[in-house]
Write a protein that binds this ligand. Structure first.
Ligand code: UD1
Ligand code: UDP
Length: 378
């Protein structure tokens, strides 16, 4: 058993980290032998707060570092310095970081500087290209080499770590995103449709829906504009289809999306959604068009074809299973592939199969059980 009162410190800063760590925080809160502390860098603000509020998490430390259109240097430098004091004050025995954001990297680095052990959740994903996703691929590599315990989602991610000679304390547990998804679906099943339809005034929900998200740094500028033009082309061609796009708050996303996609009656540009209505909409969608990491994991579990607007992905399992397809950011290719899915029922059915390569919803319980064994004995 763990030492009574061992302190676990969760450090995260963005929406996806919050979604993927929230069920784990809840799991640990039910364990009597540990003290759970939460530190948010708040690399994101509104989009993070949406998740904290749904999962009823009140941070013990809130570094509130987000600034408008922040650079990687801003997040790294300001966040790292602020974490020094948190680590001193919290007396953490084990620090948890998740995934590949700059907060994950600096959280692992700060803990290492303080010689505190690091547990990395969703370890081992690799695209093999350090500029795509940027800077996430390198954040992930660095976090892996700083971490002491590696909780990986799939066999492929185990293999990736082993190839980098990371072999100790490597545990395949599935992705906690599936635990979060099941929590979300459970809530949806217990509520009336009206609890969700109210988020989509003006969207004709009985029609086929293309759900869109996009925010990758490596696509900013020309490639992102191409993505928007491609969406516009297809929306003009398929007037009977609804396109719903909850637009990420990054100004580099907001500006081109609003400029290029505003004014089409079947394109709905809306604010980022709370997690349950977002999952509800995904479940109702016909196709998902995205560059998001999390959506590449959630959509296959729901049997939704995903067109991935990236040149490479570190989530190859959905591609291998056939539910996801890489389409890059080329306007012509995106138009062709989306057109095919909207007009060729055979092609659609081949992709529309529920496969869930990312876990069975027990990742959090497995991680908590393992950590209770790993922590120093009393
Ligand atoms: C970050 C992560 C990325 C992750 C994504 C999830 C890094 C370098 N990037 O990218 O890996 O996939 O989050 O969404 O860690 N903003 C707001 N309010 C918010 C959130 C963002 O206004 O709640 C705006 C701000 O102007 C902010 C900008 O978006 O400066 C960029 O935020 P940042 O976290 O640096 O990058 P993301 O593109 O969100
Ligand atoms: N999501 C959400 N509301 C939205 C868009 C996405 O709750 O309006 C959720 C989605 O279900 C997924 C996560 O946010 O779990 C993905 O976050 P994001 O795309 O910002 O980051 P990434 O996964 O690419 O790192």
């Amino acid at each position: 058993m763990a030492v009574p009162g061992s302190t676990l410190l969760f450090i995260f800063g963005t929406r996806p980290e919050a979604i993927k760590l929230a069920p784990l925080i809840r799991e640990f809160r039910e364990r009597p032998d540990v003290k759970v502390l939460v530190c948010v860098t708040a690399q994101h603000r509104e989009m993070l707060d949406q998740v904290l509020s749904f999962f009823e998490i009140t941070p013990d430390y809130d570094l509130n570092i987000m600034t408008k259109n922040q650079t990687l240097f801003d997040v790294t430098v300001v966040g790292l310095k602020a974490l020094e004091e948190v680590l001193t004050h919290s007396k953490a025995d084990l620090v948890f970081v998740q995934g590949d954001t700059t907060t994950s990297f600096i959280g692992a680095l700060a803990a290492y500087y303080k010689k505190i052990k690091v547990a990395h959740i969703e370890a081992g994903l690799r695209s093999g290209n350090k500029y795509s996703p940027f800077p996430e691929e390198m954040n992930r590599v660095l976090a892996s080499h700083l971490a002491d315990f590696h909780f990986t989602p799939t066999r492929q991610s185990v293999g990736n770590l082993e190839r980098e000679n990371i072999k100790a304390h490597l545990y395949k547990v599935g992705n906690t995103v599936i635990d979060a998804l099941f929590l979300g679906l459970d809530l949806i099943n217990r509520q009336n449709e009206s609890a969700f339809t109210k988020y989509f005034p003006g969207v004709q929900l009985q029609k086929r829906i293309v759900l869109i998200t996009g925010h990758r740094r490596e696509s900013f500028g020309g490639p992102f504009e191409d993505i928007c033009h491609a969406i516009r082309d297809v929306a003009e061609k398929f007037k009977e289809v609804e396109f719903v796009y909850p637009v990420h708050l990054n100004p580099n996303v907001q500006e081109p999306v609003n400029r290029i996609l505003m004014g089409l009656t079947n394109v709905h540009l809306i604010a980022p959604l709370d997690y349950p209505p977002f999952i509800w909409l995904m479940n109702k969608s016909y196709v998902v068009l995205t560059d998001s990491g999390g959506l590449q994991e959630e959509a296959p579990a729901l049997g939704k074809p995903v067109l991935v607007m990236r040149e490479v992905t570190e989530r190859k399992e959905g591609i291998d299973a056939g539910t996801a397809k890489l389409v890059g950011t080329d306007r012509t290719v995106i138009v062709e592939e989306l057109t095919r899915l909207l007009s060729d029922e055979g092609a659609y059915q081949i992709m529309a199969k529920a496969v869930n390569p990312y876990g069975d919803g027990t990742a959090c319980k497995q991680i908590a059980d393992l950590v209770m064994k790993i922590l120093p004995k009393g």
